[in-house]
Design a protein around this ligand. Structure first.
Ligand code: SF4
Length: 336
């Protein structure tokens, strides 16, 4: 009988370092089959650590608490052997920088074949190579038979990322986590890689979790967006609500940094200051030193994540923010 449990369900996830500093603070989300969750935030917001905790790869000696369920199976506290089996077979991971993530001294065909055989030890070398060629075709690498015999340094940045994706989906995972998959790429290649990820996600009905610092990347790809700051979820909701009905000053700050085609909004407005170190997080709302709306309550009380119109927002003044007026096309790198 088919397992009807939610694909990936994360509840009150916390990651605490050995020195007591909480780097992920009570994150909740659900990744459904056939849907895309975008997790957005600046460096140090805790977005990548959240997903590493899901993979069982949180920093050594950190404490992970809360709940992470994959089709109902609790992963927190699962034996490392079990996590090794799940990584790659049920949960695939695409890293940010394929040049450092991929072994440079074996050919791309062998790299992918290794990923296949890791979870299919009985498969012959020739069948694994054939599967590697099929996977290169799947991610639209031209001349896959020829390219399978080449090394990573013979591939362009975009083609390397395709190899990375081919390895991540080699064993038909149910969840694919892509951690800044387009960061080092130019805009055209970025759009192509997002296209590949979206196509595969639809074709195999995977749950895709897209981690990025760029709201423009999630705009054309995600169904749900989670905005993180200082280890916490600041806002989450359906993509259109986040872009047109955001109820959090931080999300609005990120949106005002996005260029639009019309350019009517004038000069881009960067958010002043920089994110706090997690070890010296300010009291109250962690965003208050950078927030133009901050009032006394913001400096003393941390707001909880609450429903505000069509989104969940962690801002004391969520209800006072007006709907974003213009229904401009979402300024994504790709319009679907
Ligand atoms: Fe700004 Fe206060 Fe809202 Fe924090 S709670 S985002 S400081 S208005």
């Amino acid at each position: 009988m088919a397992n009807t449990e939610p694909l990936l369900e994360v509840n009150d996830l916390k990651v605490t370092l050995r020195n007591g500093v909480e780097i992920v603070r009570g994150v909740d989300f659900v990744a459904e089959a056939g849907k895309v969750v975008g997790i957005v935030g600046e460096s140090g917001s805790g977005k990548s650590i959240t997903m590493r905790a899901v993979m069982g790869l949180a920093p050594t000696q950190s404490k992970v608490s809360g709940s992470i369920k994959l089709r109902g199976e609790e992963l927190i506290g699962a034996p490392e052997r079990r996590m090794q089996r799940l990584r790659g077979s049920k949960i695939g991971l695409v890293f940010q920088d394929p040049m450092t993530a991929l072994n440079p001294v074996i050919t791309v065909g062998k790299l992918i074949a290794e990923a296949v055989r890791l979870h299919n030890p009985g498969m012959s070398a020739s069948a694994a190579r054939q599967k590697a060629i099929e996977l290169l075709t799947l991610v639209s690498v031209p001349q896959p038979e020829v390219r399978a015999n080449q090394y990573v340094h013979e591939f362009s940045g975009g083609m390397r990322q395709r190899v990375m994706i081919a390895m991540a989906v080699a064993n038909n995972p149910e969840v694919l986590i892509a951690d800044e998959p387009t960061t080092a790429l130019d805009v055209t290649v970025q759009a192509q890689i997002l296209e590949v990820l979206k196509d595969l996600q639809k074709q195999f009905s995977m749950g895709l979790v897209l981690i990025t610092h760029d709201l423009g990347v999630v705009a054309g790809a995600a169904d749900t967006v989670i905005v993180m700051y200082a280890g916490k979820v600041m806002e989450k909701g359906p993509v259109r609500e986040i872009f047109y009905n955001s109820r959090h000053p931080y999300t609005r700050g990120l949106l005002s940094c996005l260029p639009t085609i019309s350019g009517k909004e004038g000069a881009l407005q960067p958010i002043p200051g920089s994110p706090p170190l997690l070890s010296t997080r300010p009291q109250g709302c962690p965003f208050h030193p950078r927030c133009s709306m901050a009032k006394d309550i913001c400096r003393s009380q941390e707001p909880a994540l609450r429903q505000a119109d069509g989104v969940m927002s962690a801002c004391h003044f969520a209800a006072e923010l007006q709907t974003i007026a213009s229904e401009q096309p979402i300024p994504s790198v790709r319009h679907s």
